[in-house]
Design a protein around this ligand. Sequence first.
Ligand code: ADP
Ligand code: MG
Length: 338
Amino acid sequence: MGIVVDNISKHFGSFKAVDQVDLTVKSGSLVALLGPSGSGKSTLLRLIAGLEMPDSGKIILTGKDATYKNVQERNIGFVFQQYALFKHMTVRQNIAFGLEIRKVQDKKIKGRVEQLLELVQLKELGDRYPSQLSGGQRQRVALARALAVEPEILLLDEPFGALDAKVRKDLRIWLRHLHDEVNVTTVFVTHDQEEAMEVSDEVVVMNKGRVEQVGSPADIYDNPASAFVMSFIGPVNVLPNTARIFQSTGFNAGHPEVFLRPQDVIIEKYAQEATASAKVSRLIHLGWEIQVELTIDDGQVVTAHLTRDRFNELQLEPQQQVYVKPKHAKSFPAYYSV
Ligand code: ADP
Ligand code: MG
């Protein structure tokens, strides 16, 4: 196993930042720690790195108990959101740094640096200084630097958090390809659910210092284990179980609140079996999707997402009368707000 976190807890004063967390990361996989700000993601990552010591529990890295080992002994590469590259060193010198302090042979260092420059696609920029690079390029240098010493484990704490949306999107695809090439066991922290789903083999959803659910991106999306996960992982309508949209289908929630994804709101032009009547109150074009705000005739407001094709088929207009029904509605014992 790459990483085993066994019943780890960490308090700051009376505050439980990480609370009895168990987690297994398979060797060579890429796992995302996903959760809102303050949910304990960075603390858990720092515990794995040895930058924090736990109150209780164990950390096993590549089969060896590392709980009380210091950072240097753990053979970990770390990249933070604001990774301070050495300003007075070129890209090449930055990447070489870790190898030089380990007294690796000059010739070997040179070869390794060129290999890494190629890997992070910065071959042309090796002699530039960090101030001459874009934010995205700097983070790629930071990654190359972390990988230079061939760590067994790579820990990334919101590495693209400070970059703008387009660069972020490009970099996460790039990171996925990079990981497929180097296959180092990687834990990636993010508060962005789309980023977590796109990059990782497995997503660990955290809330209030605890793990809410672990699963593949598809699993987390299709079978959320709690109201929290369902709400955090994508847009959702939260409706009372007495809402007419459910009554007509005979859906029995069993709990007071029902969760329904916007793309699971079926809209029809004409009344059909088990549909509730509704009015289109607003249409919002989101690019490839159309968001339709609906008011059901019991007054409940529901958001639906339609593909452009379906939207064109229906030819919806504001104030139009339509008929709706739910698909894959879910309910959970208790609702924790995000
Ligand atoms: P995340 O990375 O998910 O945003 P963190 O792990 O950084 O969350 O923090 C979890 C909680 O622990 C936060 O409420 C934060 O304020 C608190 N915390 C983190 N580090 C410290 C510290 N060194 N001292 C006191 N509180 C801390
Ligand atoms: Mg954090």
